[in-house]
Design a protein. Sequence first.
Length: 251
Amino acid sequence: MALTGRSQLLLVPDAQVADLSRQSRAKFFQEAERQNALVKTQDSDGATSLPMVERVSSRIVQAAGLAQQAQWRVALVRSKDVNANASADGTIVVYTGILPVAESESGLAVILGHEVAHVVARHSGERLSQMLVAQGVTNVAAAFASPQYQAPLGAALGLGSQYGVLLPFSRHHESEADHLGIYYMAKAGYDPAEAPRLWERMSAKGKSGTPEFMSTHPSDATRIAQLRAWLPDARRYYEDPKLPLPAVLGR
């Protein structure tokens, strides 16, 4: 892929990834509705928080150039989980448990910039392709139709049985998402200096048990050091949002 500057194993077309995401999300929203877990504007806990989540999501999607790619849906889920995710069908889900760690719109922009970056970099399709190869699947279309593969497909899309779980990306994917994400938040008008601060708070949160959001990520020290190294470049996009993003991520 030109953006990441590396070759990617992509056996699954983008449209198929989006369709699988859409199917899994439909089940997710059914369950969330059943449990009355979706925060609405009229709810006491949604009057301020939901508009904020929608506002940050919109700005990040716009900065990433995805506004026309899908009819984006944003959901805030009432849960103690410190988590958030975005999927190829155009859905962003934020869990209320992550808001105290985010602390502000800028903190949330770090998180959502990272999650939307996974979509842009096609990490879901790559991870799904890797899983299919690892399972010895030679006929991808047949695998999609086979019931025994529904669970691994759901896991590959990061959509679990409760509210959804973070896609088990590799640490390399996570670093790519951090790198792209800090650019997106900067172009969206949020100070990129908040990125390392956010992950310092995440690290502190993890002292009492690793948050799900961080379970497959690089070490705290590595991630924070990388974000600090990328700050000068990211600040250029904060100062001039019209500046075009690089065609290929630097190393």
